[in-house]
Design a binder for this molecule. Structure first.
Ligand code: SAJ
Length: 420
């Protein structure tokens, strides 16, 4: 069968995108290199947690418009939505990791035909869309196939959806579509109109690539400001939550919320692609990354100080309850989560026993699967712990009354329990 769309990568971006196209009656083939993921989706189930995605995927698979497999097949449009992490070079520099994009692009060589459109959705360094064309030309040459790279169309359409609100934002967020040629951008825009009810702006591929990086760097810099403020306020004895609430009453001030660090695979990654491209010109963006990356160490030091002050020693260990492991509120995603790193580091301390509360999981991640960390419920942690540390502002942790803590010390990195 010939597909309308072939989506490569069925993760947090690829799966919602493939499903929403299928819900709009496009014939969609989803491709993932993990056979387990393919099997799950073909059963109409999902391997990630996102509100309402289960219903959408089930309906898409049952309608026959969405199926999954491990290798691409001919389609009018190919959408690449694979991870773009960074790698750390021996000198410590963060380098964009484009191996998944390159592999996905090269895997298309045997199925492509002239006139087809290839869209890169993965957040990528400037120049990646153009590189896809080069990789394909190289692959055609390597496989002794006719080089049709000049007859294909290439565009970058960065995803901008927020985990936890993906299906809503997929439809209602404005989009930017950057083509290697104007025709490619127009063709991609027409396709996204299938489900996107907001405005779709066309530009060139490099501008679209940089726009996405700039958006996430903007957020990172603003979170770094909040995180730095929180440490300054701690030093000078000011309640940062009250300070931010009051400062934000200025009509042109909108300070974000401090936290235990910045997690996830977007905001903590993408600014490095800008730094890598222009190291001498991106001092602020680099410093923001460093400020945010240093925040978990600050939280660990404060937790240990509080534990010592509460009498924790190796012979008289205290039980510390850590609330939240996810990278942010109300999601199950533990990847690149500062909370996980903090809990792991605290669990190494011989004077602490750790209770971890994470309502979105049933099993601890491997990095915490030691005898010193126990996954438990909020009620159990509140009853048993000698100290409480809030790491993620999940809904169930909100509005806990002071008596719930039974006078035990608390460290609130999100301002849920201590906000003025
Ligand atoms: N955080 C704070 N304080 C805040 C806001 C966030 O500490 O005031 C922390 C969160 O707890 C989390 C991290 O920052 O650890 C990132 O969370 P987030 O909600 O800011 O962003 P993501 O990573 O879930 O999604 C971002 C979004 N980008 C922007 O808002 C500019 C989303 O629109 C993108 O689609 C997504 O990155 C992506 O895939 O690039």
């Amino acid at each position: 069968m010939r597909y309308d769309i072939c989506v490569l990568g069925l993760g947090y971006i690829g799966l919602p995108t493939a499903s929403i196209f299928a819900a709009r009656r496009k014939r969609v083939l989803g491709v993932d290199i993990a056979p387990g993921v393919v099997e799950t989706i073909n059963q109409g189930k999902i391997h990630i947690e996102e509100p309402d995605l289960d219903v959408l995927v089930k309906a898409a698979v049952q309608s026959g418009n969405l199926s999954a497999t491990t290798a691409p097949a001919p389609a009018d449009t190919y959408i690449i939505a694979v991870p773009t992490p960074f790698t750390i070079a021996p000198d410590g520099a963060r380098k964009p990791g484009l191996a998944h994009v390159e592999a996905a692009a090269r895997s298309l060589a045997t199925v492509l035909a002239p006139g087809e459109l290839i869209i890169l959705e993965s957040t990528s360094p400037v120049g990646t869309t153009a590189k896809i064309k080069e990789w394909l030309a190289d692959e055609f040459h390597r496989l002794s196939l006719p080089d049709i790279s000049g007859e294909l169309r290439f565009a970058h359409c960065p995803e901008r959806i927020l985990p936890g609100q993906m299906l809503k934002e997929l439809v209602s967020n404005d989009r930017i579509v950057g083509g290697l040629t104007p025709e490619a951008a127009t063709q991609a825009r027409e396709l996204y109109k299938t489900f996107c009810t907001a405005e779709i702006f066309t530009t060139d591929a490099a501008t679209a690539e940089m726009a996405k990086l700039a958006e996430n760097a903007f957020r990172d810099v603003n979170i770094a400001f909040a995180n730095e403020l929180s440490i300054i306020c701690e030093k000078i004895g000011v309640n940062v939550w009250e300070l931010i609430r009051l400062a934000n009453r200025h009509p042109r001030v909108k300070i974000l919320q401090p936290g235990p660090g910045v997690g996830g695979h977007c905001i903590a990654v993408d600014p490095w692609f800008i730094v890598d491209a222009a190291p001498g010109q991106s001092r602020l963006i680099r410093t923001a990354r460093e400020v945010n990356d240093a925040k978990p160490c600050h939280v660990i030091a404060r937790a240990l100080d509080l534990a010592r002050a509460s009498g924790a020693t190796p012979s008289t260990p205290l039980t510390l309850a850590c609330y939240g492991l996810a990278f942010k509120a109300d999601v199950d995603d533990l990847r690149e989560s500062p909370a996980v790193g903090i809990v792991q580091s605290l669990s190494q301390d011989p004077s602490l026993r750790i209770l971890a509360v994470e309502p979105h999981i049933t099993k601890l991640p491997k990095s915490l699967d030691s005898a010193k960390v126990t996954l438990t419920t909020m009620e159990d942690a509140l009853a048993r712990a000698d100290m409480h540390i809030l790491l993620v502002d999940h809904r169930p942790f909100k509005n806990l009354p002071a008596p719930a803590f039974r006078g035990k010390p608390i460290l609130d990195t999100r301002g849920l329990w201590q906000a003025a």
